[in-house]
Design a protein around this ligand. Structure first.
Ligand SMILES: [Cu+2]
Length: 542
């Protein structure tokens, strides 16, 4: 039913399908020089394929799990699934059962949120092993297309030489003060250079002087860089030596242009920037700095600059740094009134010092036996009660007051929505400073809007979203290790009566074989309907 409905939507909008078969499997690779096992999509190292579509196009992916011992599920980060496609959100035990080894699931949804987004596995701590990639949803009315020479994607991640399951086990045994593994290496578009001489290893295991990601540019041209953090733990300070960065969008939302020399990119955030190539012809470092000695690098290569030569450029002291979204203003203006009605939840949370455990309002998030969306659809109260859920009314301003009682900062992400960031408290280093309900500290005039924002240590953040997308949506810290320790909850709509029935191949815990049968049926549907699609497209293009 879902397939036919989406196809009908596409008919009426004269739009196309983006279709692909993805196979998730293990390979051996050395993206930073050091060989290890990587979890990949379609055998092509990491990141996975880029999904590039125009606004409102359908994304249609058959995900085959060829991992012998792990389940898989892919979340489309930034896609809100507003066409009642909440079943496609890809969160194990929230929106679906994960895809078992040897099985397949058919994801299908309309890409309605323009801009720079990404996808990643939401199963366990799987995405740090390589299962992620970019989603670019092109705006048909893009203001910048005519100004820029080329669009480039910069996807950044922290990278380890042990797999995430092992790292997670080490963390649980011996909790690191930040609750995530210490930095080892990093990648820009899947490329990095590990210093092989720091380890007593042979060249068979580590290939030195591995190549950097190169961006070819021409003097006096303007380029758009779509920067994505696919990190699992670390914050990046992004800069390009000698060049200004003009921020034009965050998490797919256009903002008034804002010029910086450095921007802080928290886990899972995205920024679009414009860069004018107005410096002497040369090679320049592109940097995602964690600490002084921990820098993920790429190269900005001006045409006619020497080839295959590492830049000699140095970072300079920035005049302006983007610390968080409160410095930015969306171009589509919104004015809240302080007197507008809203419903409020206060979420006090911390990660403990004595065990690998994070709690919100005293509850460590744990997975239920059954997806919460399925429980909602089936009006199953028993399974719903197995995990941490807050229930919100439909068509209401929902305000979340986050109070961070701990000494770590956290990037919080909401599924199914963007939130308005009404306020972010300063970082403190001694004891918690929860929100004091002083609304003068909040911004009601054109607050920033996005899907992931960082709360400072021992501080507060106030978020607000409008509940117009009934479903069951995950809300969590995007540091994958904090999520694994339980820093999450599920936002359920109180009224789930408008939830459509699950797709026919919805993974059923006890009978995964149904998935293949349903996938076969979809193929038959496509064969029958393809001639109709072609005729309609011809009419559209005529
Ligand atoms: Cu966190």
């Amino acid at each position: 039913m879902l397939f036919q409905r989406l196809l009908l939507i596409s008919f009426f909008r004269c739009i196309f399908l983006y279709t692909a078969n993805w196979t998730v499997e293990y390979i051996r690779g050395n993206p930073d020089g050091y060989y290890r096992v990587i979890t990949t999509i379609n055998n092509q190292s990491t990141p996975g394929p880029t999904i590039e579509v125009y606004e409102n196009e359908i994304v249609d992916i058959h995900l085959h799990n060829k991992l012998s011992t792990e389940t898989v599920s892919v979340h489309w980060h930034g896609m809100h699934q507003t066409q009642k496609t909440g079943w496609m959100d890809g969160v194990p035990y929230v929106t679906m059962y994960p895809v078992a080894p040897g099985e397949v699931f058919h994801y299908q949804f309309q890409a309605r949120q323009i801009g720079t987004h990404w996808y990643h596995s939401h199963a366990g701590v799987q995405y740090p092993d390589g299962v992620f990639g970019a989603i670019i949803v092109k705006d048909k009315n893009d203001l910048y297309t005519n100004k820029i020479k080329t669009d480039y994607t910069v996807i950044l991640n922290d990278w380890y030489h042990h797999d995430a399951i092992e790292l997670g086990a080490e963390l649980a045994d011996n909790v690191h003060p930040d609750y995530f593994p210490e930095y080892v290496s990093g990648l820009m578009n899947g490329k990095g250079r590990y210093n092989c001489s720091t380890q007593e290893i042979q060249s068979l295991i580590c290939v030195p002087n591995h190549e950097y990601q190169l961006y070819n540019v021409e003097l006096n041209q303007i380029y758009r860089f779509r920067i994505i953090s696919a990190a699992s733990g670390h914050t990046f300070n992004f800069s390009i030596d000698n060049h200004d960065l003009t921020i034009i969008a965050m998490d797919g939302i256009y903002v008034e242009p804002f010029v910086v020399q450095r921007l802080k990119l928290y886990v899972a955030q995205r920024y679009d920037i414009l860069v004018t190539m107005n410096q002497p012809i040369a090679n320049y470092w592109i940097r995602a700095t964690i600490f002084d000695s921990q820098v993920i690098k790429g190269i900005l290569h001006y045409a006619n600059a020497p080839d295959s030569v590492d830049p000699t450029s140095q970072p300079s002291e920035p005049k302006t740094v983007l610390i968080n979204s409160m410095q930015l203003s969306p171009t589509v203006h919104i004015q809240y009134n302080e007197s507008d009605p809203f419903e409020q939840w206060v979420l006090n949370f911390t990660c403990r010092n004595d065990s690998y455990k994070c709690e919100i309002n005293g509850v460590q998030f744990g997975l239920p036996n059954k997806p919460t969306l399925l429980s909602m659809y089936e009006k199953d109260e028993k399974h719903k009660a197995q995990t941490h859920i807050i229930e919100v009314p439909t068509n209401t301003n929902v305000r979340l007051i986050l109070n961070n009682l701990g000494s770590m900062s956290h990037p919080f992400h909401i599924h199914g929505h963007d939130f308005y960031v009404l306020g972010i408290g300063d970082a403190y280093f001694d004891h918690p400073h929860p929100f004091d309900n002083d609304t003068k500290k909040l911004r009601f005039n054109n607050p920033p809007k996005r899907d992931t924002e960082q709360i400072n240590e021992y501080s507060w953040m106030v978020l607000q979203f409008y509940s117009n997308n009934p479903g069951s949506w995950f809300f969590h810290c995007h540091i994958d290790w904090h999520l694994e320790a339980g820093l999450a909850l599920v936002i359920n709509y109180k009224d789930g009566s408008s939830i459509e029935k699950p797709p026919n191949d919805y993974p059923i815990k006890t009978n995964y074989k149904q998935a293949d049968a349903a996938a076969q049926q979809r193929k038959v549907n496509v064969i029958i309907l393809l001639p109709v699609v072609i005729i309609i497209l011809q009419l559209c293009l005529a």
